[in-house]
Ligand binder design. Structure first.
Ligand code: NAD
Length: 478
């Protein structure tokens, strides 16, 4: 049984999609595991005038896809309280403070607080400012959880960070990148540490190139309005892809703790090889989906809440390089797109012929699957490693990684409750990645792309293949 934790969670945006689809089911799993038991409460805040009873019903409904233990779900929901709230109204924060304080006493939570921003990003700064001005912070711990997106360019990210920093210290801020909560991504540092031989060949002497693909089969569905303000570059590359690169490419920390991991990762991102505006068209390509071969699916420009002449990209591929000794001249090819033939997030590490010196077949490819298999396989040259018993990679001790892996949000809540920031992004990392992404965005915004340029249910525009062919390489997943 897990060690019980105590806290009051204040979920700003408690009636929303993220809260119901991800946060409540994740908290419920912790409740079932005994990590949350008697000493916790959840306050959901949103504009609508809901009663506690109605809120609790919505919480139970959100769990029904995951469980049928009605009694357990109802016991869980009894810890939930609703507070109607407008983010700009100071009086509402005072009411919120009184409710939280009452729940602290009732559930003996040690006055620990998790403030979760499951609300539109434009409100993040306002809410943080009111938490400070209305004096909501307590003498327990106060952890602020921020959802993505963290800004839309370096300038807005700096503004947001300044606003948050007035109310919370960097140590108290947990910036979510849910890919860092995915089991396989979380496991990579351990996999490297437990396999010195594998780690020893992760460098420019033995690696020909690394490929990271975050592919989705769906289009924008009902999120066209949001997507029109984002695009694949901001939505996937600046955060998730960069963070995955960080985990794969960072040097091994001396000790496996948040501080060392962040120090090393921060150093890696500071070493992103500069990109000039002139290099953008040589190193990055973009695409937007059309209908499919039989004309059944909507092109992006016909999706709900999307402009008919939208130039927003739904696909991006690029070549990222690092300016350090370990990775000099190794291309990290990255790719993310909607309406690809299937959903698959994976990392392909392509070794060169020199690995033979390690008794490993030349041109070995190690593939780490992130999802939908959720960390279930490591393939070496297409063969499931469990069958080949090659000793390039040993499976970690924890067998859980290859079974029903924890959902990312559950895993991230465990970290938040433990005060472990290893799987969250630090401000310095974000600053470096935004600086890099801004060069591409500014260049693209100044040009007129020929969209749409790829059919739905394909691997994206041809230019994504040419990008690698120019270097004598090709996508492993194609
Ligand atoms: P949503 O629109 O479903 O929910 C927004 C919530 O904010 C609702 O509870 C709404 O009542 C509340 N709200 C809106 N205006 C308010 C105001 N003035 N005062 C108080 N409350 C107000 O949005 P969502 O999809 O749940 O997204 C929430 C956040 O999570 C966003 O920052 C989004 O970028 C991020 N996010 C969402 C997802 C997802 O899968 N939904 C994934 C990643 C990140």
């Amino acid at each position: 049984m897990a060690t019980e934790k105590s806290a009051v969670f204040i979920i700003f945006g408690g009636s929303g999609d993220l809260a119901h689809r991800k946060l409540y089911p994740a908290l419920y799993r912790l409740f079932k595991a005994g990590m949350l038991k008697d000493h916790f409460a959840v306050i959901g805040t949103a504009r609508r005038p809901w009663s506690n009873e109605y809120f609790r019903q919505t919480v139970v409904t959100s769990l029904e896809d995951f469980d049928d233990d009605k009694r357990m779900m109802e016991n869980f929901a009894m810890h939930f309280f609703y507070q109607s709230h407008d983010v700009n109204d100071s009086d509402h924060y005072i009411a919120l403070k009184q409710l939280a304080s009452k729940l602290d006493d009732r559930f003996e939570t040690g006055r620990n607080r998790v403030y979760y921003m499951a609300i539109a990003p434009r409100f993040f700064g306002t809410v943080a400012a009111h938490i400070k001005s209305e004096d909501l912070k307590t003498d327990g711990y106060n952890r602020l959880v921020i959802e993505k997106p963290f800004g839309r360019d370096l300038k807005s990210a700096c503004d947001l960070n300044d606003a948050l920093s007035k109310a919370f210290t960097e140590k108290e801020i947990y910036r979510i990148d849910h890919y860092l909560g995915k089991k396989m991504v979380k496991e990579i540092p351990n996999l490297r540490q437990n396999n010195p031989k594998f780690d020893e060949i992760l460098n420019n002497k033995y690696v020909s190139n690394v490929q990271v693909t975050l592919g989705e089969s769906l289009g924008v569905e009902d999120r066209g309005g949001y997507y029109e303000t984002a695009g694949a570059l901001r939505d996937m590359v600046q955060n998730h892809i960069m963070q995955i690169l960080g985990v794969v490419a960072m040097d091994e920390p001396e000790v496996m703790n948040a501080e060392s991991i962040h120090e090393i990762k921060g150093g890696l991102f500071a070493n992103l090889k500069d990109l000039t505006p002139e290099q953008v068209s040589k190193k990055f390509v973009r695409g937007q989906y059309d209908t499919d071969k039989i004309g059944k699916l909507n092109p992006y420009r016909k999706e709900d809440k999307v402009e008919e002449d939208s130039n927003i990209e739904t696909f991006v591929a690029g070549k990222i390089e690092f300016n350090n000794e370990r990775w000099a001249d190794v291309p990290f090819y990255v790719r993310s797109g909607k309406r690809m033939p299937k959903k698959s997030s994976r990392i392909d590490i392509v070794f060169n012929e020199k690995v033979e010196a390690f008794g490993i077949r030349p041109n070995t490819i190690v593939t780490l699957f992130i999802e939908p298999e959720d960390g279930s396989s490591i393939l070496i040259n297409g063969i499931d490693y469990r069958e080949v018993k090659q000793d390039l990679i040993k499976y970690p001790e924890d067998p859980d990684i290859f079974k029903g892996a924890r959902e990312a949000y559950e895993s991230l809540f465990i970290d938040i409750l433990a005060g472990d920031k290893a799987n969250f992004t630090l401000w310095e990392e974000l600053k470096s990645t935004w600086k890099y992404i801004d060069v591409i965005r500014e260049q693209w915004d100044a040009e007129d792309p020929q969209f749409p340029n790829y059919l739905s249910d394909t691997m994206g525009p041809d230019t994504a293949d040419t990008l690698l062919e120019k270097d004598g390489n090709s996508w492993i997943w194609n």
